[in-house]
Design a protein. Structure first.
Length: 326
């Protein structure tokens, strides 16, 4: 049952503390490992599409394998020393794999900048959490971008890590976040990463396939508990959850759009180039600054539901399997 307790402690720590930027963090270490290995692999392999795809596969195997093995070995060694030491270490690891409070904090910086009337500051704040060009966004565009970011990241920042913790403890969550980090760093369809990032992007799609759909359903339920439009969330979720080039990205965004009664997504500029995207939700009204706080309440409620589901899965697997080796 150590894993179940560690998930609970990690979840509470994330809600209270969030991500202290000045402290060491496994995701930053994984990011450094990805960057270092990319340089080595690009020197070893040629620039042909086939070689770059093979190099990308090697990157995924090394980064994901090292991340999982190191975390599992650490917990196994801690377990040999003391059950309590292993619990403390795994709780911290679980906490560091979650991003609930960090998502709220970063998005609310955008809300505060909008409320102050400083559009330039709000553009800068939202540029820290989105990939699109923000220089020409108006107030509605800035608020919309912040809401979309909160909605999109509920799955890979909260629900998916919780589910992987439930199945395989903190090491499996670290494995998931390693793949997720690789996708965010090399999984682009541009000239530099079209072939090199294929393996990371495909594996990330596989790992997120079920969690994204579970997160979308949980967000529809969360709309009920937060007094939002649960019927609208479910309707838009069913209608627009596949309205994205990625098979997993639009599920929570669709549920959020329906719950708020707004339209999200649509075409945006990325690195100066217009990227055509379908819209999600119905434009019953314009997105407003207050929707950022509303999306965060929806995210928190979804996180709590995800935590309850993860604990139930963890307890069930404990009964069936009797525990994990690490």
């Amino acid at each position: 049952m150590r894993h179940c307790i560690a998930i609970a402690l990690g979840f509470v720590l994330d809600l209270i503390i969030g991500d202290p930027y000045k402290l060491p963090h496994p995701i930053r270490w994984i990011g450094s490992l990805i960057a270092a290995l990319e340089k080595v692999l690009r020197r070893v392999f040629s620039d042909s599409p086939r070689s770059l795809r093979v190099a990308g596969i090697v990157l995924v195997v090394l980064v994901a394998g090292i991340s999982f093995a190191c975390s599992a070995l650490l917990l196994w060694v801690c377990g040999l020393v003391s059950w309590w030491l292993a619990l403390i270490v795994e709780s911290v690891m679980c906490y560091q794999m979650l991003a609930t409070k960090s998502l709220r904090d970063e998005s609310m910086k955008v809300a505060r900048a909008l409320e102050s009337g400083n559009l330039q500051d709000s553009r800068y704040a939202v540029s820290m959490i989105v990939g699109r060009d923000t220089e020409c966004l108006d107030e509605t565009g800035v608020a919309k971008a912040a809401v979309e970011t909160v909605a999109e990241n509920v799955s890979d920042g909260v629900v998916a890590p919780l589910l992987y913790m439930a199945i395989g403890g903190a090491p499996l969550a670290v494995f998931y976040k390693a793949v997720n980090t690789m996708d965010s760093m090399v999984g682009y369809k541009n000239d530099a990463y079209r072939y090199f990032g294929t393996a990371a992007a495909k594996l990330d799609d596989v790992l997120n396939f079920i969690p994204a759909r579970i997160a979308g359903v949980l967000m529809c339920l969360a709309a009920r508990f937060t007094g939002m439009d649960a019927k609208g969330a479910w309707r838009i979720f069913r209608r627009d959850r596949l309205a994205h080039s990625s098979p997993n990205s639009a599920h929570t965004e669709a549920a959020c759009a329906g719950a708020l009664g707004v339209q999200l997504a649509g075409s945006n500029y990325y690195f100066g180039k217009l990227v055509e995207k379908p819209t999600i939700g119905d434009a019953c009204r314009d997105v407003e600054t207050e929707d950022i706080a509303r999306s965060n309440r929806l995210m928190y409620a979804t996180a709590v539901l995800g935590f309850v589901l993860a604990e139930a899965i963890c307890c069930l697997l404990f009964v069936v399997w009797g525990g994990l080796p690490w």
